[in-house]
Design a protein around this ligand. Structure first.
Ligand code: ADP
Ligand code: ASP
Ligand code: MG
Length: 413
């Protein structure tokens, strides 16, 4: 008998009616012959509300206590879902992350999954239960509750799908699939039928909040097809899968804008072996996650080093830089919090030219100044002024015809 994992996000379980609708979907899949695992998020905006409660008492709450608090949101949903299923005449049982031994590292509020004990769930599936698991949470070696970072229920779901060798992991959400850009920011965006894991990984790390990046990593590593779809209808959504040859023919699959970013620059650092290592190992010790790094030699003696971090990490990053700046003879530190990063992503970039040119021209025509540029094999990102963020996204989306289906776009050379 095949296993299917269905994950329901916050808006899809926001009230009793929606929980009932999600429960009905699980029963339908069961009746069609699958063993069903449901992964649920906290209801509605509950995680935001819990964070606000914490901040009222302590603007810098201990991360361990934050995890104790935040995990309660998901715990409520799963028990309510089990009650709904019971009322609908179906055997169901709910579990917290700790109960299914979802072991993570100890990095509170951004923990990474290490292992899952699939046997606990398997036993319940084999006795005809629909198993409901609280998303977003696990426990570390000390048996302390941990959480996986905002949006982390996706990762719980795909990790469970991998551990139980599920046929598919369905992500039910408030949009009906993955769009060429966030439809809230670019309403002309269109839904994609398929996207590769690599493209989705880039989009997720560049601010497309529709999927948690780690979930996509798990999907790719363990061959779990991920189907992102609407909890409000039965239309097929978007399949995240391994790359197929046709994908190469699409120049740009999607575009993003990321706002919660800051850029730190160390000016006039001594240009000698080991200095970059000193700076970034100090940042790693401070547990700062560094995004893009740009180093430029400005003379034989000196270099400038810039990098971006999430706004939430800015104060830790600034502190770490202040501590290390003397050791690398840095002549000045420059911090910008008023930036945004606009990016385009597509596996087609590997085999076609002219993408950078098109992007820079679109920004120039929209009179958006580019602060800095970073690239990977399948993406180009430009830092722009925060005030230009919306304009930049629209200009780039229009230039790459992201308001049309891939087939309807001008074919790349
Ligand atoms: P859930 O609570 O179900 O996990 P999220 O809010 O995390 O839902 O993700 C869904 C939201 O992601 C959508 O409402 C949409 O605004 C946003 N989003 C960002 N980028 C995209 C994209 N490329 N395609 C679709 N939705 C996107
Ligand atoms: N409830 C958590 C959040 O709001 C996890 C999730 O929804 O995926 O971030
Ligand atoms: Mg989400």
């Amino acid at each position: 008998m095949g296993v299917i994992v269905q994950k329901f996000g916050g808006t899809s379980v926001a009230n009793a009616e929606k929980i009932r609708r999600a429960a009905a979907r699980a029963i339908e899949a069961f009746k069609k012959g699958s063993q069903v695992i449901v992964v649920a998020s906290a209801r509605g905006k509950q995680t935001d509300e819990l964070i606000a409660d914490a901040m009222e008492l302590n603007p810098n709450p201990p991360r361990r206590e934050m995890d104790m608090l935040l995990s309660t949101g998901e715990q409520q949903t799963v028990s309510l879902m089990a009650m709904a299923l019971d009322a609908m005449g179906h055997k169901a049982i709910s579990f917290t992350g700790s109960q299914i031994k979802m072991l993570t590292d100890g990095a509170h509020t951004r923990a990474r999954i290490i292992s899952i004990d699939a046997n606990i769930i398997r036993r319940k599936l084999d006795t005809g239960h629909i198993v409901i698991v609280a998303g977003f949470q696990g426990m570390d070696e000390e048996e302390d509750i941990t959480t996986l970072g905002r949006g982390g229920s996706d990762t719980s779901a795909v990790a469970l799908a991998a551990a139980l060798k599920a046929d598919v992991c369905e992500i039910y959400t408030d949009v009906d699939g993955i769009y060429t850009s966030d439809p809230r920011k670019y309403p002309k965006a269109v839904k994609m039928a398929r996207i590769s894991y690599d493209e989705m990984l880039e989009l997720a790390s560049l601010g497309a909040g529709v999927m948690h990046g780690r979930a996509v990593e798990f999907g790719k590593k363990y061959d779990v097809p991920i189907h992102v779809r609407s909890s409000m209808n039965d239309e097929p959504g978007t399949l995240i899968t391994h790359e197929v040859p046709q994908m190469e023919g699409i120049l740009v699959s999607g575009a993003t804008i990321q706002k919660d970013l800051a850029k730190l620059s160390l000016l006039g650092v001594d240009n000698r072996p080991g200095n970059a290592a000193k700076i970034f190992s100090h940042l790693a010790r401070a547990k700062v996650i560094v995004n893009d790094i740009i180093q430029t030699e400005i003379s034989t003696e000196k270099a400038n080093i810039s990098f971006t971090v999430a706004t939430g990490d800015l104060s830790d990053a600034k502190k770490a830089i202040d501590e290390i700046s003397g050791e690398v003879h840095c002549q000045g530190i420059f911090v910008r919090g008023d930036i945004a990063e606009v990016s385009v992503v597509g596996v087609g970039m590997r085999s076609h030219y002219g993408v950078a040119d098109k992007m820079f021209r679109a920004l120039a025509e929209a009179e958006v100044n580019i602060d800095s540029i970073t690239t990977s094999e399948i993406r180009i990102s430009c830092i722009v002024d925060l005030t230009d963020a919306e304009k930049a996204l629209v200009a780039v989306c229009d230039a790459f015809e992201l308001d049309k289906s891939a087939e309807a776009r001008t074919q790349p050379k």
